[in-house]
Design a protein around this ligand. Structure first.
Ligand code: NAD
Length: 540
């Protein structure tokens, strides 16, 4: 179990994006190794599925204790491997996943309890229906690098509580955090092969999909999501897709601007803007745009940027050269299209360092710190307002009417989260319901992924299916309908052989029984009795 490295074909070396230092290295799991891991997970499923909810709860709660005993060590590893501030590793990864784990450990049994469902007039025929939830089997988890701890760990805990076994393929940028997850489950005492970690890049993820687990939980880009959907189709493997975002924040003229400004700064710059639910577009009422912008720029100026493992740092390094180049490209697009940079807009000049041997540009200066950037005079026609940036940029546009704000917010291929800021709660909720996004906050921003009790997922190209909440748990089980006839002494009216009398009965059933009305159905009884007599006569 955990950290399974069946065949060492090549190594994945992990570097700290802020310093270039090596964080660790791990052997890439070969394609055969991936097949073997899934086979062992299937085997382990046969006994894990029979464990009681109490036993699963005990182990998941034990895994929480393992995490609690090493909070700082885990946070340091997350920070070193992803570049994010140490504090954020605790506040945005460790704390929320601990909460999710205790919630599903304690609630899964209740949420998955077999229950009766109403079947309307069929109940009058002595029938009853019950739903029973069965685990799926092996759940393959393929996460991104931006929340390398909380996303795969939370999904794994939910899958295990539902009775599944798990194979995780962490992002190639954060393999050591992935191994740490395996170690946590191992130390907690989970049976062998219930949780396995395989290591590698896209090919290893593709091999996991190919190995046909019962479910794939994927977090990443739209482009990769489409590839996985196509590959999963071969085996009809069902997938949940948590994809990109271009999340809007709408600030009305009556909002608490001080609060909205702080929220915008946190919502767009935490994790250097590398959150799927980052504020990537801010729409403010034109009457308060100058005031809000001034507040945001002042608050941005106060932020300390540096190596994330230092506790007083608010903005760390970005994850990779590839990612920072996208940010530069978008900032250049804004400028070329006539937007104005209010603050930031470049790699932080003070934080450059000689490039480590493995990094581009070889022998030159490496700098993965992008200054938090506020941009005004933007509009939705600009390319950078349409594509996901995934960096510390906050473009601000204005609107004049409520409907105009909603139109601007919905003018995107994405629909993950959104926020609405107003002191008028009725307006807040009215606007929220018109926004095409999986989660919409009123006077809050970004953090609802941290509420494990609520469903998480996107509209439009932001995803399919849900993680978290009851809806997320339902993705990890298959419902079975048990239907019982307690009056199994007479044939059903719709059985064979058919006759004119049968057809007359079926017509009546369509008109009366299928109306759902007891009164109308009562009128069907003589015809029904005639038909049943006919069937009994033919039988004898
Ligand atoms: P990515 O699509 O490049 O990679 C994601 C994962 O897929 C990685 O583990 C990668 O190795 C794997 N992968 C790549 N090709 C594969 C293939 N052909 N088959 C199987 N697996 C493959 O994404 P990324 O750059 O790691 O993450 C950034 C993206 O993730 C952003 O778009 C962001 O919005 C999104 N994201 C979404 C959510 C959400 O909840 N909706 C959360 C976090 C990140």
């Amino acid at each position: 179990m955990s950290a399974v490295l069946p065949t060492k074909s090549e190594e994945l070396v992990s570097y700290n994006p802020a310093t270039g230092d090596e964080v660790g290295r791990v052997a890439v799991t070969s394609p055969d190794g991936v097949v073997g891991a899934v086979a062992r997970a299937r085997e382990a499923f046969q006994s894990w599925r029979k464990t009681t909810f109490n036993e699963r709860k005990r182990l998941v709660m034990a895994a929480r204790e393992v995490i609690l005993a090493d909070i700082d060590g885990i946070a340091k590893l997350i920070s070193a491997e992803s570049g994010k501030p140490f504090g954020e590793a605790i506040s945005m990864e460790i704390a929320p996943v601990l909460d999710l784990m205790q919630y599903f450990a304690r609630s899964a049994e209740k949420l998955l309890k077999p229950h009766k469902i109403g079947i309307g007039l069929y109940a009058l025929l002595g029938r009853s229906s019950k739903i029973v939830y069965h685990p799926l089997g092996v759940v393959g988890i393929i996460p991104a690098w931006n929340y390398p701890f909380s996303i795969p760990l939370g999904e794994a805990a939910m899958a295990l509580m539902a009775g599944n076994t798990v194979v995780i393929k962490p992002s190639e940028l954060t393999p050591m955090v992935g191994l740490k997850i395996g170690e946590i489950f191992e130390k907690a005492g989970f049976p062998a092969d219930c949780v396995q970690i395989i290591s590698g890049a896209g090919e290893t993820g593709a091999a996991l999909v190919e190995a046909a687990p019962q479910k794939i939980m994927f977090t990443g880009s739209v482009a990769t999501g489409k590839k996985i959907a196509a590959a999963a189709a071969k085996n009809l493997t069902s997938c949940v897709f948590e994809l990109g975002g271009k999340d809007p924040m709408i600030v009305f003229e009556d909002a608490n601007l001080e609060l909205a400004a702080s929220a915008a700064v946190w919502g767009s710059f935490c994790n250097s803007g590398q959150s799927c639910s980052s504020v990537e577009r801010l729409y403010v009422h034109e009457s308060v745009a100058d005031k809000l912008t001034k507040l945001i720029v002042e608050k941005t100026r106060e932020l300390k940027q540096g190596v994330g493992t230092r506790e007083d740092v608010s903005i760390g390094a970005m994850s990779s050269e590839r990612q920072i180049e996208i940010v530069e490209d978008h900032v250049a697009d804004f400028v070329a299209s006539g937007a104005k940079i209010e603050i930031g807009g470049v790699r932080s000049p003070a934080l450059g360092r000689p490039s480590a041997g493995h990094e581009p540009p070889k022998g030159g200066t490496q700098n993965l710190f992008f200054e938090p950037t506020v941009i005004t005079s933007v509009n939705n026609d600009m390319r950078a307002m349409r594509e996901e940036t995934f960096g510390p940029t906050l473009p601000i546009a204005t609107f004049s009417t409520e409907q105009g704000a909603i139109r601007l917010a919905n003018d995107s291929e994405f629909g993950l989260t959104a926020s609405v800021w107003t002191r008028d709660y009725a307006r807040g909720r009215r606007v929220a319901e018109q926004i095409e996004a999986g989660s919409v906050c009123v006077n809050e921003v970004l953090y609802t992924h941290g509420i494990g009790q609520t469903p998480w997922g996107g509209f439009k190209n932001s995803g399919r299916g849900r993680t978290h909440g009851t809806e997320g748990l339902m993705e990890l089980v298959q419902p079975q309908h048990i239907h019982t006839n307690r009056l199994a002494i007479l044939p059903d009216a719709w059985w064979m052989p058919y006759s004119s009398n049968a057809v007359e009965t079926f017509r009546d059933m369509a008109r009366k029984f299928a109306s759902g009305s007891l009164l109308k159905t009562t009128a069907l009884l003589p015809q029904l009795a005639k038909r049943i007599r006919e069937l009994i006569r033919k039988r004898s």
